[in-house]
Ligand binder design. Structure first.
Ligand code: SF4
Ligand code: SF4
Length: 504
């Protein structure tokens, strides 16, 4: 069928710079660049370009620029270019429009409407270069009270203590499964987590056996609806367990890793036959109530001798505060909330862009509800989706998070340019692909270093901002909305966030 789609990108090549090295031809996984030997020239099939910028970065003479295609339909506020293109795609294929990465729509980003406080005159600021500044974060259920017995002269804690994890920084890598991302990308996350004293999350793809001894103590292992790779050894090798109920990028629907991506090692790790589609159902088929959830939480605790905290991850949906309350009462030690901008390897566009609520509002609502009910100390809150920089982290903590999950930011640190074509398996940066030629593009040593640098840079900035507020420990900021003010927000938004307007 003749396609009615306009090209999305235009590929411009400066002839005065191009030396015909053909690096762009080798690097483009979509076959855009072609060398014509008769004319000794390069030309571009730009209708195939996805805007990943790999060729522009690799070109040794900076001859290439890849831009949005200037072709326009007649201006129409209702029928935007994206709507046109997606409708035409469906008319041509009859299928669901798929996408990758997170929601890119212009919904309000609340981080950009919140500003932080700083000390002036009284309560002086603290210089983190000269004075101690604590980013240590403890993840897990805390006791209601702490009973200390001093009878023998030595303090002895008598209260029952629940398993807690000690992190060097309140930033954790979020769930990205082996299969959705390459082994090198997955291992880079594991190594960076270990080096930085934090955690990575296996997603629903299992934890390769050869990684368990070295990286298990930095791993959050998921128990998702497909139960891929889940057995007692997998659970016991980890630092923390996570029951995945929902995901911000696609609340209410399951996942699908196509059979062609299920190579031998992925198949062994997931405990499924090689080459079969890995389909995870929308619901957990044994959970239809809070009581069922509680049974799974305690089954996991039982299997791991009550030594590991158990998290329950849900998508931020309309009644997320009530759901979180139920999760805590069901026995979870951590509630992970994944908001509207959560990333994914593959999701239907309609779901990604229209289902769920922004994490900032969900986080504030959950923290408030748990405080109002007197159960906030019974869990830690992990906030996920749309964390782009250190100030987003610190604002999330002031809104009530104990720590944040970062996914897209970690991928960008490794090379991702958010072309949103993860689902095609042709990631030009070697991250979201199993193609043996493409995966070699990611150097695991370099990508590990880039991730470690990211966490280190953000952690320094967090210390600076904490010091500026006169706070010397990140724990003291948690849920402290007095350090936030809203700008350009409506009354209902300020109320939901629990923050005052700037100037108040
Ligand atoms: S990589 Fe750059 S210099 Fe080499 S052929 Fe392509 S456009 Fe020309
Ligand atoms: S798909 Fe990526 S590598 Fe290929 S032409 Fe477009 S920007 Fe360059």
């Amino acid at each position: 069928m003749y396609s009615h789609l306009l090209p999305e990108f235009v590929v411009e090549r400066r002839e005065d710079r191009c030396i015909r090295c053909r690096a762009c031809e080798r690097q483009c996984p979509n076959g855009v660049h072609v060398y014509d030997s008769d004319l000794d020239t390069m030309f571009s099939l730009e209708e195939n370009c996805v805007g990943c910028q790999r060729c522009a970065v690799i070109c040794p003479t900076n001859a290439l620029s890849v831009r949005h295609h200037p072709a326009e339909y007649r201006k129409n506020s209702s029928w935007t270019r994206d709507r046109f293109q997606n409708l035409k795609k469906q008319a041509e294929t009859g299928g669901v429009v798929l996408t990758g990465s997170g929601n890119d729509k212009s919904y309000r980003i609340y981080w950009d409407h919140l500003v932080l406080n700083a000390s002036q005159v009284t309560n002086p600021s603290i210089d983190p270069l000269r004075e101690p500044m604590e980013l240590k974060t403890f993840i897990g259920r805390k006791p209601d009270t702490l009973k200390i017995n001093m009878e023998d002269g030595e303090p002895r804690v008598e209260s029952e203590l629940h398993p807690n994890l000690e992190l060097e920084t309140p930033i954790v890598f979020s769930a990205m499964s082996y299969g959705a991302i390459s082994y090198r990308a997955y291992k880079s996350l594991a190594r960076a987590a270990k080096e930085s004293g934090t955690l990575f999350n296996t997603g629903e793809g299992g934890l390769p056996a050869e990684m368990r001894a070295e990286f298990g103590s930095n791993a959050v292992v998921q128990c998702a609806s497909g139960r891929f790779g889940v057995d007692k050894d997998y659970l016991n090798s980890a630092a923390m367990l996570e029951i995945k109920i929902g995901q911000g990028a696609k609340p209410g629907i399951g996942g699908h890793l196509p059979g062609e991506k299920v190579a031998e090692h992925i198949a062994v790790t997931r405990m499924i036959p090689r080459g079969t589609d890995a389909l995870s159902p929308a619901p957990q088929h044994d959970i239809y109530s809070i009581e069922d959830l509680s049974m799974l939480i305690y089954a996991l605790k039982e299997a791991t001798n009550y030594e590991k905290p158990v998290s329950v991850k849900v998508a931020a949906v309309h009644n997320v505060a009530a759901i979180a309350s139920g999760i805590v009462r069901a026995g979870a030690d951590i509630v992970a909330i994944d908001g509207l901008r959560g990333g994914t390897g593959a999701a239907p566009l309609a779901t990604r862009d229209n289902v769920g609520i922004p994490m900032e509002l969900a986080l504030a609502a959950v923290d408030k509800r748990l405080r109002d009910e007197g159960i906030r100390n019974k869990c830690s809150i992990l906030a996920a989706s749309g964390i782009r920089c250190s100030s987003d982290v610190i604002k999330a903590i002031a809104l009530g998070a104990d720590a944040v999950y970062i996914g897209t930011a970690a991928l960008v640190a490794m090379g991702c340019t958010l072309c949103q074509k993860c689902y095609t398996g042709k990631c030009a940066w070697g991250i979201c692909t199993q193609d043996p030629y493409l995966v070699k593009r990611l150097n695991p040593e370099i990508s590990t270093q880039r991730l470690v640098n990211l966490l280190s840079g953000w952690s320094h900035e967090i210390k600076e901002m904490l010091g500026g507020m006169g706070i010397n420990a990140v724990e003291s900021l948690r849920g402290n909305r007095e350090h936030l003010r809203g700008i350009g927000l409506q009354e209902w938004e300020l109320n939901t966030l629990g923050v005052k307007g700037a100037g108040e």
